[in-house]
Unconditional design. Structure first.
Length: 183
């Protein structure tokens, strides 16, 4: 999975060293987030449209990462039995939401998914599919500001989910009896 680090270690080595999957391009994602925020602040319609798409893409990346975190938790829970991460070739936004909704619970799961749906339905779809409808373009700057606020809420949920998964990985590794190897 190219969205999360693999540290060139086997799954077993990752667990033994307590090296959990992290975002491989976190700094780049922050740069894109800053671009989106600047686009919203510019006050222009073209920039507002761009901001909506940037926020949506960032959220989609976060959903992919959360999907992998869910898999990783399940893989640790059944260790030493091994199963591979199965993901369809094209797993898009709506299908990601559905896929995560069917996986194990974690704090902020429902809130995160509801906010992601709202961002998609209330902001991205009007910008992507209804831009030429009368009334959409004059509202695009408002949609971009709404999208920015929704994105911040998703970031808060995402951060809490990351903390949960990392602590869960530690406890599951202990429970399965995997010795901690500090090297």
């Amino acid at each position: 999975m190219d969205r999360v680090s693999n540290w060139s270690l086997t799954f077993e080595e990752q667990i033994a060293r307590r090296i959990w999957p992290a975002e491989t391009q976190g700094g780049y994602y922050i740069d894109i987030w800053q671009l989106a925020d600047e686009a919203v602040s510019s006050g222009s319609q073209p920039h507002a449209i761009a901001a909506i798409f940037l926020y949506q893409q960032l959220v989609e990346e976060m959903l992919h990462i959360i999907d992998y975190w869910c898999y990783f938790e399940q893989a640790i829970a059944v260790f030493p039995t091994r199963f591979d991460y199965a993901v369809p070739k094209r797993l898009m936004f709506g299908k990601l939401i559905t896929r995560i909704s069917q996986q194990q619970d974690f704090p902020t799961k429902n809130a995160l998914l509801e906010i992601a749906k709202k961002l998609n339905e209330d902001c991205r779809i009007p910008a992507a599919h209804k831009l030429l409808h009368r009334g959409t373009l004059p509202q695009i700057e408002y949609l971009a500001r709404d999208c920015k606020a929704l994105f911040q809420q998703i970031m808060d949920c995402y951060s809490e989910a990351r903390t949960y998964f990392y602590s869960r990985y530690d406890s599951l590794a202990e429970k399965t009896g995997i010795q901690y190897d500090k090297e």
